[in-house]
Design a protein around this ligand. Sequence first.
Ligand code: C2O
Ligand code: CU
Ligand code: CU
Length: 517
Amino acid sequence: MSEVSRRRALGIGGALGLVAATGLSAAAAMARRPAVTGAELRSAVPLPPPYQVPLPIPATLEPVGEGRYEIVQRETTAEILPGIRTRLWTYAGTFPGPTIESRRGRPITVTHRNELPVPTVVHLHGGRTPAASDGYPTDLVLPKGWTGHGGHGMHDHRAVVTELTRDYTFPLDQRPTLLWYHDHRMDFTAPAIWRGLAGLHLVRDDAEEALGLPAGRRELPLMIADRAFAADGGLLYPSLDPALRERPGVTEPYLAGVLGDVILVNGAPWPVQEVDAARYRLRVLNASNARHYELEAVTDDGRRLDLVQVGADQGLLAAPVVHRLLPIAPAERYDLVVDFRGVPVGGRVRLLNRLGSGRTKDVMAFRVARRAADDSRVPAVLSTDLPAWRRSDAVRVRDLAFRTGRVHGGHGWLIGGLPFDPARADVTTGLGDVEVWRLVADVHHPVHLHLVGFRVLSRSGGPPLPHDARLKDTVSLRPGESVEIITRFDGYRGRYLFHCHNAEHEDMAMMANLEIT
Ligand code: C2O
Ligand code: CU
Ligand code: CU
């Protein structure tokens, strides 16, 4: 295959091919950027009409003792599409898994028991967690009597492998925000999340509760994820080894990312939520493997409602930021307030995805059921505890390129030209050091750092975008773009990670070690 046809086959032609072939500037390439990086699977079952299934709210996990939780990871069958049974891998029998509600600074321990047929490992995304509980990809929990090997990651002498169970301890000494927990097994994270291994974790504190933001029934977690369904009702996924035992990776058309043609919110297809004519707080997570969304809230008469952003990945902003359109990359979270008071009773507000086409344009809908009193507020000052790192505080500047390349003789995704290797310390930094990282991308790469939050300093030499505001733990690099971030490596010493959160890229080696000494 020629280089050009190979790129085409990989679905990564677009901007990348143009840059390589014609030397177009990054800006020109970006103007032609494809809306998504990845290829879409098509479901083989009839899909339900939108806005029929009520929005499920994941149950809150009950502690089994003071600060102690237990989760059994197991297979189950659930009705995701009406009338169709789907096999899932779950945390505690549901998809999404149960939500953990915790308080800032109150440590918890979660005992996970792996009753799935393959090794697993749990990561609390956005958590400030000691390395031993951070879910390093080779710190596997093996199923009882596991005989397979764990892929090349098993040659990692620092791995802490357990059989059947593992206790994860989370100090939660961090700003309140929406976190999520998901599988992070070496080479097999993408299909494991796809099968259902993802759940929410909310950290709260008194200061945030005192703000008067919409709460109780008027605070809704929204975990958005795309999936596709096979003729037998199971989830479609193009794994090379459908048992997820030995051979990682996906078939060639999906090397740039796996997209589904069904949009799920909290595990339901294009759901509908009845609301009061009042303000609501929406805790939005894009838990998709590779799909990017650009969200807008549109009334039946074509008006766009403001999406008032009050928080980012790592908690409250200093002040609200108003969006009409909000891009959200895999693993990003946005804390939004939407005001339904101007919508007539009986009216509907649809949450739409401007990057979608056909059925993937729809996400979910809200139906305004009644007038109601509303004493919630969106204060002009939301928080005053944000770090004030300046460029001049940085003791180091690093350049890190996120690009396609060869891995083990096949196609992969590389950071700084190298595929992930647990044995190599890619970045070594001192506890407490402030650093600036310059990240550059070929195609879309949502870049995530474990342990720390960061601020976006610039995009392609210009100012950050409005939705880059304040503390992030995942930043969306667009095709051809360079993004500068600044952070302080605070919290704990040990071996952490940074990686692309396009889950297929992550499994195909776009991950690196972050060693804090
Ligand atoms: Cu959400 Cu290392 O991942
Ligand atoms: Cu993470
Ligand atoms: Cu990527």
